[in-house]
Structure formats: C-alpha cells, structure tokens
Ligand binder design. Structure first.
Ligand SMILES: [Fe+2]
Ligand SMILES: [Fe+2]
Length: 297
C-alpha cells in the first residue's frame, strides 16, 4: 500500500484541521495597512531614489528582498497546488483558497515597506519582480502526499526565516521586526495544517513515509528560481541569521521529530528503506550542523 494520494478515510479528520485553522486565523486576522510606516512615503518623481537613502544593512535588505521575491510568486504556488490536488479531497481545495487569501497580502507588505522606506531601488525591484513572476514556479513533487510534505517544510522554513531575520532587523528598525513577526504568525498556522495532514496519514498508515524521503532529501525553497539565489542565501546566512545551520536545527530536525520518524514502523520494505534514508540524511546533516556550531564558538 504505497498510494500517493490523500486518504479518503481521513476526510473528516482533515476537515477538523481546516476548521481549526480558520478559527486560529480569524483570531489573528490583520490588514497589511496597519504594519507600514506611511509617514515615510515620498514621491519618486519629485524625489528620485538614491542609494544614500538606504538605512538598513545590506544583509537585511537582501533578506527582505528575497522574501518578497518568493512571496510574489503566489499565483504559481496556487496553480501548482490546485493542479496537484485536483480530484483529491475537496477540503484541500477549500484550504488552498483560504491559504491563498492569507498569503495574498504578504508580498504587498514587504514591497510597500521597501518602497516607503527607500531601502531598495524601486526600478530594480520592479524588474526583479516581473522576471520572477514570469519565470513562475514548478517544484519536482507532483503527488498530493509529496506536495503536503514539501509545503510543510517550506512553511516552517519561511516562518523561521521571518523570525530569525526579525531578530537582526529589530536593532535597526523595530517596525520592520514587528511586521516580519506578523508574517511569521501566518506561516506558523500554514505549517501546522500541512504538518498535521501528514501526521494523521502516518498515524493511519506508516507506509506513507515512503513518499517523504524524496521531498526531505531534495528540499529547495521556492525562491530558488530567482536570479542570484545562491549568492542571496549565503549573504543571508552570514548577515541575517538564516542559513543551513538554522535550517537543520529549526526546520528539518523539528519536522523529523514531529512526524515521529524514528519510531515509525512501516511494513512495506520500500517504506522502511525510505524511513532509514531520511534518518541517515538527518544524521549526516546533524553532524555537519554540530561541526559548524563548534567552529562558531
Ligand atoms: Fe507567506
Ligand atoms: Fe505561508
């Protein structure tokens, strides 16, 4: 039993998770207009942008810009999820609609912040945004279970990214830290939904872990399609508090633990092999992470 679709026996359980999500989200509903320093806005025609107007360290600007260029690809993330879950449980389609509506204001918030505070060249930002959206996004994972696993990792990574960058940004602009933490709250709820959909599948049928290995071992952020992504990520790792070390400690390790992969007992040999592969991959990254942590001391 190595089916890669969501399990119809879990329909009512997943409906409960969706209701829980909506209830939590309604308690923290927000509008991006409330998180922006409108008083800083100036007319670009009368007062053109100039590098000297930048007030934030370049590592923080790179982090905000990279987050923005990831969030702007929402039309393609929605397309990807809609296609992947066509014919699957209808509650997932409902969730994708809610999720899209919530994600929809993330890029607005980040872009408007950069424009109002003049921390990015508006013409360059416009060109980058256009080219990223034109490129679109297509991950390598096309089955419902894989897509759920991918979005779990991606939402948690995004949440950690915002919270970690907020720690560095707060020293330069507390309002920026506040808006990043606000975004992180949305990502936390998204992460919780996807993560729990996978967990209830593993509880019902441990063999589902067969589909997790490929995703976990080949995870890349959706922003990987933007120009200079690798350079951006290495700057962010050095200067804005999010890199491979944080990915291991705050994302991969957390998810492997939450899904109980160490104690899972799948019966199918291929599923057991996938489980061992994940644990070996996890152990390898743990060693690297510990070595880096020692070097930093
Ligand atoms: Fe987002
Ligand atoms: Fe999200």
């Amino acid at each position: 039993m190595l089916t890669n679709d969501l399990d119809f026996r879990l329909e009512s359980r997943i409906k409960e998770l969706y209701e829980l999500h909506k209830e939590r989200a309604s308690r923290i509903d927000w509008g991006y207009h409330d998180f922006l320093p409108w008083e800083k806005g100036r007319n670009f025609q009368k007062e053109p942008w100039d590098q000297s107007q930048v007030t934030l360290p370049s590592g923080v600007v790179t982090a905000i810009e990279t987050a923005l260029l990831t969030e702007v690809n929402l039309p393609w993330f929605t397309t990807y999820l809609s296609q992947t879950f066509r014919g699957s449980l209808s509650v997932i389609t409902d969730f994708i609609h809610t999720w899209t509506a919530e994600e929809d204001q993330h890029s607005n918030l980040l872009e408007t912040y950069l424009l109002l505070t003049r921390n990015a060249d508006p013409a360059r930002l416009h060109m980058l945004r256009k080219s990223v959206v034109e490129t679109g996004f297509e991950p390598d994972f096309h089955t419902p279970i894989e897509a759920m696993a991918y979005t779990t990792l991606q939402e948690l990574a995004t949440m950690v990214f915002y919270n970690n960058v907020a720690k560095v940004a707060g020293a330069h602009d507390p309002e920026l830290a506040t808006l990043l933490r606000r975004l992180a709250k949305d990502e936390t709820l998204h992460y919780a939904f996807y993560r729990d959909v996978i967990r209830v599948h593993l509880e019902l049928e441990p063999n589902y872990c067969y589909h997790l290995a490929h995703v976990i071992m080949n995870f890349k952020m959706p922003g990987a399609v933007m120009p200079d992504f690798e350079d951006r990520m290495s700057i962010i790792a050095k200067e804005a508090n999010y890199g491979p070390l944080q990915y291991f400690d705050q994302v991969l390790d957390v998810v492997v633990d939450y899904w109980g992969l160490k104690d899972l007992r799948p019966i199918a040999p291929l599923a057991e092999k996938a489980r061992i592969d994940i644990l070996e991959y996890h152990a390898r990254l743990q060693k690297v992470s510990q070595r880096f942590a020692r070097m930093k001391k």
